[in-house]
Design a protein around this ligand. Structure first.
Ligand code: SAH
Length: 463
């Protein structure tokens, strides 16, 4: 290590930024998050910096610059935008004994600014000693996804309760208390926005002299895994995966998604094929409830959005009947992913003003009756579980009087390595799907324009 990471106290310290343009403003933005006193050294300031001075957040230092300008500074940033001037300013600041950072000149830096993940008071700083700033930013992005946005608020709450814990929780129970606080119900509640409830639970436990029994803390989350690509998971879904004790998943979940789970989380495969669950739904309900009853944090991972053709109601009801805390984490549904894969929108001004998500296969495994009735003018119709029903769908839409040139697009395995896309029409999509060998899972998108000329829509003429 040629540099050593430290967190400097900034409260009331003087930080000098030499420069009045965008480079200086970037440093000022960063330092504004601290309680440092900012001194901006430049003949003129851009609008953003001038506003900081107007608001009293920073002081504008004009006039001749000497080493005295930098005396006593905790840090100096040199960012004039002019290399020769930067070098001169660096010499003056160094003469004043201040640690200096010169923008884009690692050779002149005593200190480097890290990439920062800010969950004040929790701060993660990533440095590469100036060797690879882009890499630092990539790492930052990954850390950002690991730390939920409310983490700082929770850490601050914990900080406020530290004294009470020291007084009321016996020494031997304190570690278990904090483990529970950061890993159990309080933090989970806080993450979901239930901040008051989180504080109430913490205070109750402090009053009771320690963390509650682990066996009472089980929970179930129905988590949307999205259409396949792991980077389409929500941050909340990733957090649940990283906190799970056990994950129940089925075939629609891409292996890349499971890689984001906590290493020692148990993984249980409960589904085999679309429409042909290896495990009957009752049994899935039973096992998720019984795992939660044993105090485990259960993630029920479901493809796409759990609330769309995901049998979520049955699992919600089972959890609620057992008095277990249950939560839904929404995901990107297959229709959205499919439209995105086609580079098109599900709605279009003056063309389609409604979207219908429909399953083509009913609970009995047969084609759903009346599907074609949904294909009214102005509709984007997204058909799920439709591959096996293609001939019936095509015949139904034709019988409804939809013109042969009605756009019909098909996307299979959207966002995965096996993705297939077909842009076609009602006349041709059946043959096109056969020719391409399209298999499930796929979404069929039928676009019935609103403003089509009357001649193109016999449906309207005869109606
Ligand atoms: N809850 C899921 C849907 C489950 S039903 C969601 O919100 O997406 C299963 C059907 O979803 C499949 O038959 C198929 O129609 C669709 N589907 C799921 N993943 C898909 C994908 N990656 N590409 C295209 N369709 C998909």
């Amino acid at each position: 290590m040629k540099t050593f990471p430290m967190f400097l106290k900034m409260d009331g310290r003087r930080v000098v930024i030499a420069g009045g343009g965008e480079q200086a403003a970037q440093k000022a933005r960063l330092l504004c998050r601290t309680e440092a006193h900012l001194a901006l050294v430049a003949p003129a300031l851009d609008d953003e910096l001038a506003a900081l001075v107007d608001s009293g957040r920073a002081e504008h230092v004009t006039g001749p610059v000497t080493s005295g300008t930098f005396r006593g500074a905790a840090l100096v940033f040199v960012a004039s935008g002019c290399p020769a001037l930067d070098a001169a300013l660096h010499a003056l600041a160094t003469a004043a004994g201040a640690p200096v950072n010169v923008v884009d000149r690692p050779d002149l830096c005593d200190a480097f600014t890290p990439s920062i993940v800010d969950r004040d008071p929790v701060v993660v700083a990533i440095g590469t000693e100036g060797a690879a700033p882009v890499l630092a930013r990539q790492i930052k992005t990954r850390v950002e996804t690991m730390l939920d946005p409310r983490l700082g608020g929770f850490a601050a709450l914990a900080g406020r309760l530290r004294g009470a814990v020291e007084r009321q929780v016996p020494r031997e129970g304190r570690r278990a208390f904090w483990r529970w606080a950061f890993d159990g119900a309080p933090r989970q509640l806080h993450q979901r926005g239930a901040e008051r409830e989180a504080a109430r639970r913490l205070k109750e436990a402090i009053a009771a002299g320690g963390a509650p029994d682990a066996a009472t803390e089980g929970s179930i989350a129905l988590v949307g895994a999205g259409p396949g690509a792991a980077d389409l998971l929500t941050l909340r879904a990733v957090r649940h995966l990283q906190e799970a004790d056990v994950i129940f998943y089925d075939r629609l979940v891409d292996p890349g998604v499971l890689e984001l789970a906590r290493r020692d989380a148990e993984r249980v495969f409960v589904g085999k094929a679309v429409g042909a669950s290896a495990w009957p739904q009752d049994r899935i309900c039973e096992v998720i409830v019984s795992a939660a009853r044993r105090g485990r944090r259960v993630v029920r991972l479901k493809g796409g959005d759990p609330g769309i053709f995901g049998r979520a109601e049955e699992e919600l009801a089972a959890a609620r009947a057992a008095g277990i805390a249950v939560e839904i984490v929404p995901g990107v549904t297959a229709a959205s992913a499919s439209a995105a894969a086609l580079g098109r929108s599900l709605t279009e001004r003056n063309v389609t003003d409604r979207v219908v998500f429909a399953t083509a296969t009913g609970a009995d495994g047969q084609v759903v009756a009346g599907l074609a009735d949904l294909a009214r003018p102005g509709t984007s119709l997204a058909l799920y579980m439709a591959v096996r029903q293609v001939p019936a769908i095509a015949a139904g839409l034709r019988a409804q009087g939809l013109p042969g040139e009605t756009p019909v697009d098909v996307v299979a395995a959207a966002t995965t390595g096996a993705e297939r896309r077909i842009r076609s029409t009602l006349d041709r999509f059946t043959a096109a799907m056969d020719a391409a060998g399209i298999a499930s899972p796929a979404v069929i998108l039928v676009t019935v324009p609103k403003a089509a000329p009357a001649a193109a829509l016999p449906l309207r003429r005869s109606a």
